[in-house]
Design a protein around this ligand. Sequence first.
Ligand SMILES: Nc1ncnc2c1ncn2[C@@H]1O[C@H](COP(=O)(O)OP(=O)(O)OP(=O)(O)O)[C@@H](O)[C@H]1O
Length: 562
Amino acid sequence: MKLIDIFKELAPNKLFVSVVLGILSGICYAFLIPLLLNSFAVEDSYLEVVKEQPYTLAGFEVSDVTFALLFVGLCLFIFLTRTLSQIILVRMTMDLTSTLRLKLYQCVLRAPLDKLESMGFSKINATMTYDVERVIEGAEVFPNLLVSGVTLLSMLGLLYYLNEHLFVLVIGSIAFGAFTYLLMAFAGNYYFNIARQKVDDLYDAIHGTIFGIKELKLKRTKRNNFFSNVLCKIEQDVCQASKNGATVQSVAVNYGNVLGYFILGGVAFVFVNHYSVSQLELIGIIMVLIYISEPVSVLLETIPSMKIANISIRKINEMTVRLSDENISDILIQLPQWNTLSLKEIKYTYLGKESGFSVGPFNLSFSKGEITFIVGGNGSGKSTLGKLITSHYLAEKGSMHLDDMHINSGNLASYRNQVTAIFSDYHLFDEILTGLVEESKVTIDHYLTKLQLNNVVKIEGGRFSSLALSDGQRKRLALLISFLDDTDIYVFDEWAADQDPIFKKFFYYEILKELKELNKVIVVISHDERYYNCADKVVVLEEGKVKQVVLVEGQVFEGVYS
Ligand SMILES: Nc1ncnc2c1ncn2[C@@H]1O[C@H](COP(=O)(O)OP(=O)(O)OP(=O)(O)O)[C@@H](O)[C@H]1O
């Protein structure tokens, strides 16, 4: 999809009106010249002149009042049509900006999690910020391009009327100029493409600088190496490729402009010697050529921005194709009463590398009012299984069921709506996104006190007063938010890892018990061996497979890792 297609898709009628206004203004622009020429030599005029008495305005004598008035009228009309055409297009550009961003937000929100993970935060960020910015820059010059294009065509029409031979010469020169210009622009484009490829690396490096700052702060050598070997190198690559592109483009633009003067010179010094041209015709031709130079230089200057915008549109298209929709129904349906969530022959392999890590096949069940711990060594697949249960990852094989009901694309959104999860890379939103009804205010106040957060966080205007909390406090706030969801299934991925011993105990003995009493399905991914006796069932994983399932039945549970 190209820039013009985006405009067409966005508002075809507005685009049409704007083009018509642009055409009208371009045609009128071309009519200014004959009117001016008329005042130079009335006898030799192209237009039929009605001899009039001179008219005096504010002490100044005005000749050819009708033409003078026509000239003023045309100028006003050009002003109106041009301005209107540009206003419509500029406003469309604004709409385009926000539509494009919204489309990308939707694309990310609806994309499968594993595809987002495999594409990576930096690439997505680069497309949503850098590329959108470039598209907007291209869209901003688009109105000028359109109006100038139409003006150029009208001027060429006038030139054809004035002198056919010269028209052929100018068209030939423009064709030659356009061809040679495009060759140069093509080279410029090549460098801009390289620069764009490097921008992904640049965003990666920026990500590393911000999120790795704690590591970099401590070690001077590491910091210096990162700065010179990574940041400086990428900056240099981007800068060099952009400079090369801009240099070639500058040469191309100025070459195009100078070519126009060559045509003028050619007419003045050569053309007049071979074709008989009257003085008035010559003035007219020179005026047309001078008038043409403005739209031509606007065209030349806007084309590079449009080219860069098209590179970015390609990147945006690539991202939207890569992050293809999950294709699940967004409609929430009322799920029938159920008791057990079952995973049958569930298998999943990470995308990307050929030898991506595989988990399963899993045949597991999780009942309401039951606490299941998922345990095992690092990398054994616990979080992956957690994300299969929450349906963040969709299994490549097997099926999930709520009692007898198969979870499929038609009811997946409703299933997800019944799941709450806190993974280790959870995110806290400032806003209370569940909405703040009176009932939830009571729940929030209750849990703020229970989780000992009432002295550090308050609710102000539907949002938390502060998220500048300790790691443990932030996790507790995430827990509080999960209670507001009040869903049937709760998955906690190492929630207690950064809690102090008191809160660890509180979580395993109080919170889990409370959820169990509320008849929830509770899945806890944990390395806290001493609390395994809080579970009803412990699923032990090893290398992505279930090693054993142990029913705890109240006794102290040991020996999972042995
Ligand atoms: N986003 C990802 N892309 C590709 N492979 C991944 C991804 N996340 C995890 N893996 C692979 O899956 C394996 C299991 O990861 P998982 O996070 O499920 O382990 P875990 O048991 O939760 O480990 P830990 O106890 O360290 O949290 C990893 O060894 C890794 O090879």
